[in-house]
Design a protein. Structure first.
Length: 132
């Protein structure tokens, strides 16, 4: 049966360096998909940029709703702007951040009902790569 999810149904997540609301997931009735709205504010002066994360067993498809930024991956840095979509392969470290003075707003799609169980967050690229 079809379902409609309102903004009031979205679950606020506690994730490093970004505000994230889970609109659809297994906890909200989906069998094989998660859909999140993410906002990443510009870095405050003197603040440390957040590290990457990885989804070893599933892809992530990111649609840029507003703002401009860069998605850094193991395969390179990709400038993104409103209207762009970037596909991150399973198992590739990645992180996005704004490059301008406005927040980067993203819609993130995952082919799994439980993103948290299949995600590993790192505090830095060095930690992710296992180097001191």
């Amino acid at each position: 049966m079809a379902q409609i999810f309102s903004p009031a149904d979205a679950k606020a997540l506690s994730l490093p360096g970004r505000m994230s609301r889970e609109i659809v997931s297994g906890k909200l009735g989906a069998d094989n998909v998660t859909f999140r709205l993410v906002e990443i504010a510009p870095l405050a002066p003197g603040a440390t940029r957040r590290g990457p994360h990885i989804h070893p067993t599933f892809e992530e498809c990111i649609y840029v709703v507003a703002g401009a930024g860069v998605t850094e991956t193991e395969s390179g840095e990709y400038p993104v702007k409103a209207g762009d979509t970037i596909l991150i392969p399973a198992g590739e470290l990645h992180v996005s951040h704004p490059t301008g003075s406005e927040s980067l707003q993203l819609l993130c799609f995952f082919p799994t009902s439980d993103v948290g169980a299949g995600t590993k967050e790192y505090s830095s690229w060095e930690e992710a790569k296992g180097t001191p």
